[in-house]
Design a binder for this molecule. Structure first.
Ligand code: ZN
Ligand code: ZN
Ligand code: ZN
Ligand code: ZN
Ligand code: ZN
Ligand code: ZN
Ligand code: ZN
Ligand code: ZN
Length: 417
């Protein structure tokens, strides 16, 4: 949806699982209408989860009004359940809420987390490992919330998420994997990582928390940022707390391999230096030249300068402003209020007179020497309110390191039994 009508249609990239036209992930695209093939895959996936989940209820079938309803409820209880959710999360047929549900199904339960046929290229060893990984999670963690009316005669309970009261007569969600009598408000039954409502009440329970499938898998194994698959190989590339298959750590634009190379990260996507420069490099507002990725850069409200004295200086008297407060005015920066007001334009090699706010007609030289140069522009009286603080743009060039990524760095790795 990010791309709106700009994209001519979803065409999947060779291995990234994004659209080659607009770079959206599949679920961002699919929300408009679900292609038949995708729908089949989703249906199979959900029924698969339901088969393995330990709830005895039947599937939770669609009605004429809703694309999905929690199983086992009377119509008025269904209504009571949905009335707890935000309006745009209720899966009325052909509504925003239905699109949200489809998107969450694709996002929370990635097909490639459980079926090797949806993965790019797994070798036999990896296929086996994925099968074990998926079976183990289904056996030990997967569950499906059950919606029930909290008995009126009982004193009530405390919601696991918001810790507020659930009273008799309220609708609550129960999860049999969790401790006995754990329950949630319908709107509180959400993933501990992404805080999204658990789609179709499908959850994975681990260490006292409930997760969506995606984020539960990520607690156990690293996920490749580029292809979105769980990394089953022994080695992977780690950068800034994220992981990539070794061969997938490449430039988002030209796909040049970046292992051991310099790269720049933008929105969690690595770029080679030359692609980054041609796509995103800024121009200096003073000299008009391109700011190279190895050059320091000053940034303020969408403006950019070389972080050098000759570029980042007072537009009036050329006093260097690096590390000093400054006054922005009309797209230019100044050392002082008088400079910003353009006072003493004929005396721009010295700003002492301007600082003293003397009329510009004063004789040149009269005050020269009385003020010392370092005092020029300091202390500042800001024009309006506070003095803007500026910091050099973060030096974000990195060199990729490749390390053993067997998941051991992630918390709570569970051995496959
Ligand atoms: Zn697209
Ligand atoms: Zn798109
Ligand atoms: Zn709650
Ligand atoms: Zn999640
Ligand atoms: Zn990958
Ligand atoms: Zn590149
Ligand atoms: Zn410059
Ligand atoms: Zn100045």
């Amino acid at each position: 949806m990010r791309c709106g009508d700009q994209c001519p249609g979803f065409r999947v990239h060779g291995w990234r699982k994004i659209c080659v036209h607009c770079k959206c992930v599949r679920e961002e695209h699919a929300v408009r209408s679900v292609p038949g093939q995708l729908e089949k895959m989703m249906t199979k996936l959900v029924s698969d989860f339901q088969r393995h989940s330990i709830s005895d209820d039947d599937s939770g079938c669609a009605s004429e009004e809703y694309a999905w309803v929690p199983p086992g409820l009377k119509p008025e209880q269904v209504y009571q359940y949905f009335s707890c959710l935000p309006e745009d999360r209720v899966p009325y047929v052909n509504s925003l809420g239905e699109r949200y549900r489809i998107k969450q199904l694709l996002h929370q339960l990635p097909a490639h987390d459980s079926e090797s046929q949806y993965c790019n290229t797994l070798d036999e060893e990896e296929k086996k490992e994925l099968r074990l990984f998926s079976q183990q999670r289904k056996r030990e963690n997967l569950g499906r919330g059950v919606v029930r009316l909290f008995p009126v005669t009982m004193t009530g309970a405390i919601c696991q998420q918001c810790e507020r009261q659930i009273c008799g007569g309220d609708i609550a969600v129960f999860a049999s994997r969790a401790e006995q009598n754990s329950c949630w408000h319908p709107q509180c039954f959400q993933c501990a990582t992404c805080s999204e409502l658990l789609v179709d009440l499908i959850y994975f329970f681990q260490d006292g928390q409930i997760y969506c499938g995606r984020h539960h898998a990520e607690r156990l194994k690293p996920r490749c940022q580029a292809c979105d698959e769980i990394i089953l190989a022994d080695e992977c590339t780690e950068a800034e707390g994220r992981y990539w298959h070794m061969k997938h750590f490449c430039c988002f634009e030209c796909e040049a391999a970046l292992g051991g190379q310099r790269y720049i990260m933008r929105e969690s996507r690595p770029y080679c230096c030359s692609c980054y420069e041609s796509l995103y490099a800024e121009y200096c507002d003073t000299c008009g030249e391109h700011i190279g990725i190895d050059q320091g850069q000053m940034t303020y409200e969408g403006q950019h300068w070389h972080a050098v004295e000759s570029c980042f200086c007072c537009a009036c008297c050329q006093l260097p402003l690096l590390g000093r407060p400054f006054l922005p005015r009309g797209g230019l920066i100044y050392c002082s209020r008088p400079c910003s007001l353009g006072e003493d334009p004929n005396n721009s090699d010295s700003c002492d007179s301007a600082l003293q706010s003397k009329p510009p007609q004063h004789k040149r030289g009269e005050t020269a020497g009385k003020l010392q140069q370092p005092q020029c522009g300091s202390p500042l009286q800001p024009l309006e309110g506070t003095i803007p603080v500026i910091v050099p743009a973060k030096d974000c060039i990195h060199t990729a390191v490749e390390n053993r990524g067997d998941g051991a760095t992630l918390v709570s790795y569970v051995d496959v039994v």
